[in-house]
Ligand binder design. Sequence first.
Ligand SMILES: *Cc1c(COP(=O)(O)O)cnc(C)c1O
Length: 299
Amino acid sequence: MSPAFSNLPQAPLQSLTLPWLDQAGVEVAVLRLDLVDPLLSGNKWFKLRHHLHEARAAGAPGLISLGGDHSNHLHALAAAGKRFGFATAGLLRGHPRDTPTVRDLQDLGMALHWLGYGGYRARHEPGFWDSWQARYPGWHCIPEGGGGLAGAQGCGLIVEQGRTQLAAVGWDDYDAWWLAAGTGTTLAGIVLAEAGRHPVHGALAVPREHGAPQNVAALAGARGYVLHEACRGGFARIDDELLAFIDETERQTALPLEAVYTGKALMALREQAAAGRFAPGTRLIFLHTGGLQGRRGYL
Ligand SMILES: *Cc1c(COP(=O)(O)O)cnc(C)c1O
């Protein structure tokens, strides 16, 4: 790993106190990936680490990837390109829109190409990348969301950062991880790095039909994790109960959450804790996967 890609500060581990956790006797520490860096933060930074390394090793002049107009992935990619000296291009779903995320992408120097909806759906077809590779010769193409094995392996560092900071919250060990899952790539990376030492709970913020279970199985096998439903009616569906929960949590703890992933994940944990899923005394690391830039769209 080139030192340039590993010199960001580590994510702090912090105790989380909430009345419903006390009630269940469950202890939680939050690993704050949202606090790594003002721009290059969240799980998307960890998922990009090995992709950046591969691009650098290949001498690629630029990075190209896909996403929507609130994409945390494109946001991290544009910031990483600017920070580490790669040009960037983003292939966007839908038609030109002006969102806070899109403005940041432009300010960070990313070239934007709007594919429409049909054009974006074609991204899995053979030959999709040919015209982009012709247009951007030698650029490194990164799968949607920074996925694949390189993305998962970049997340191994998350486990190391949690493990080495346990003393900061007065623990000598923990029982399990809890985190939001979309494609499940981050979860797979944590399962691989844990190698069976601690189980990993994934709160599915995207309906399972979108393929997270298959993706996790392909990357990390069948063991070491549990997936929970947490999407509340669909990806990026936001309801009043969820917004009230985020608001209440922020008032009780000063922990900022967004509604697409982290808010849903913590709310799913509340349901499981209330249902008695965890024995009193259980110690969980809740992974704050970041994504706060996206909440300018709706909060
Ligand atoms: C992308 C994202 C996730 C989901 O990550 P996967 O690796 O696709 O499961 C979770 N939380 C936040 C904030 C994200 O931006």
